[in-house]
Write a protein that binds this ligand. Structure first.
Ligand SMILES: NC(=O)c1ccc[n+]([C@@H]2O[C@H](COP(=O)([O-])OP(=O)(O)OC[C@H]3O[C@@H](n4cnc5c(N)ncnc54)[C@H](OP(=O)(O)O)[C@@H]3O)[C@@H](O)[C@H]2O)c1
Ligand SMILES: [Zn+2]
Length: 341
């Protein structure tokens, strides 16, 4: 089978299309014929190799959807032919965190496509209980756009930041896959949504997706503007994923008792934190990663009920995986970049 694979860490140029052996489903697994796979910023970190160590040579791709073509021992044969999307989380199932349903905090938590080969290829063997049926009116491309971005945004807002209807939320880096998911989910949760992006076209698009107020970071001091637009109050929740470039503005945007939830550091992981603002404003800084099994299922239920439609930037053939990496790295995308084998 063909795969977008790299043998060394580096820029997009290390990604090549090669023939590799087709996997066989082990006990409890099924074999998925990939019909669409989505890129995440994670795929760029993994390819660069900083600070992530992975298998080598490596096939990236944590997000994919396809058709079940074979089942391993112990899996019902009638699953063959099912259209599925895969939860890429891998967990041990018996540690303390797994026992209390916090799978993404498992001490052995890993991610398909990061710690193992992923979906930028034609076939992947996955645990049968991580493959979920896709409704007929959802395309493989739309389904592939979901897992990492939508599960992360779901856990960040629902479980970690405890967003409530009527609250004000500010989403940073809003054209990113995960941030766009946060805009859509916050909207469905009944929050008033503020967002930061770059460029007039993106401002317009984020607004069309349901954000009430959108700032252009190139032209607006958004951390001040958000105070003006909330009656000098600030927002209840900030969704952070950019890191160094936006951190101080994100803290400034919070109201007293506000919650900042962070899951990424695209523009750098080292930030300053003035403890006086933490205790005097009584704010919470909350970390989050991926999602538990039940959060993933809750997210799918809401999306598949038709309440949210994932945002797709481009669909490209798998053979252009290198160009897809380049496009995401350049940062001009809006929503998910999809590869089709
Ligand atoms: N912990 C987890 O479980 C988890 C899960 C998913 C993602 N992540 C992390 O979260 C981050 C976002 O992931 P993603 O896949 O959604 O990324 P993405 O699609 O590549 O989006 C990144 C967005 O960040 C904004 N941005 C980038 N550099 C910026 C800068 N210097 N200043 C301001 N904004 C900047 C841009 O949005 P605008 O142009 O609209 O401002 C860009 O579109 C990544 O670091 C990723 O590793 C972590
Ligand atoms: Zn565990």
């Amino acid at each position: 089978m063909r795969a977008a694979i790299f043998h060394e860490n580096g820029g997009p140029e290390v990604v090549r299309i090669e023939q590799v052996a087709r996997p066989a489903p082990g006990p409890g697994q099924l074999l998925v014929e990939v019909r669409a796979a989505a890129l995440n910023h994670l795929d760029l970190w993994v390819r660069r190799g900083i600070p992530i160590e992975t298998t080598m040579p490596h096939i990236g791709g944590s997000d994919f959807a396809g058709v079940v073509v074979e089942v391993g021992e112990g899996v019902a044969a009638d699953r063959v032919g099912e259209r599925v999307v895969v939860n890429p989380g891998l967990w041990c199932g018996h540690c303390r965190e797994c026992a209390r349903g916090q799978e993404s905090m498992c001490e052995r938590y890993r991610i398909v496509g990061e710690h193992t080969d992923g979906g930028f290829t034609e076939f992947v063997a996955v645990h049968a209980d991580r493959a979920y049926r896709i409704p007929d009116d959802f395309s493989f491309e739309e389904a592939a756009a979901l897992p990492v971005s939508y599960m992360t945004a779901w856990r960040a807002l629902v479980s970690r930041a405890r967003l409530r209807p009527g609250e004000d939320v500010l989403v940073i880096g809003a054209s990113g896959g995960t941030a766009l998911a946060a805009v859509q989910i916050a909207r469905v949760m009944g929050a008033r949504v503020f967002a930061v992006t770059q460029g007039a076209a993106n401002v317009q698009r984020v607004r069309e997706l349901g954000a009430d107020v959108v700032y252009d970071r190139a032209t607006t001091d958004w951390s001040r503007a958000v105070h003006a637009d909330t009656g000098r109050r600030g927002v209840d929740v900030v969704v952070e994923n950019v890191g160094a470039a936006t951190w101080s503005g994100s803290l400034r945007a919070l109201t007293r008792g506000g919650r900042l939830v962070t899951y990424g550091a695209t523009a750098g992981p080292k930030v300053e934190l003035d403890l006086r603002s933490v205790f005097w404003k009584q704010i919470e800084v909350i970390g989050t990663t991926m999602a538990s099994r039940s959060e993933f299922e809750d997210m799918l239920r809401i999306v598949f009920a038709g309440r949210i439609r994932p945002v797709i930037d481009t669909v490209m053939p798998l053979d252009q995986a290198r160009e897809a990496h380049g496009r995401l790295e350049a940062g001009g995308q809006f929503g998910k970049i999809i590869l089709v084998p």
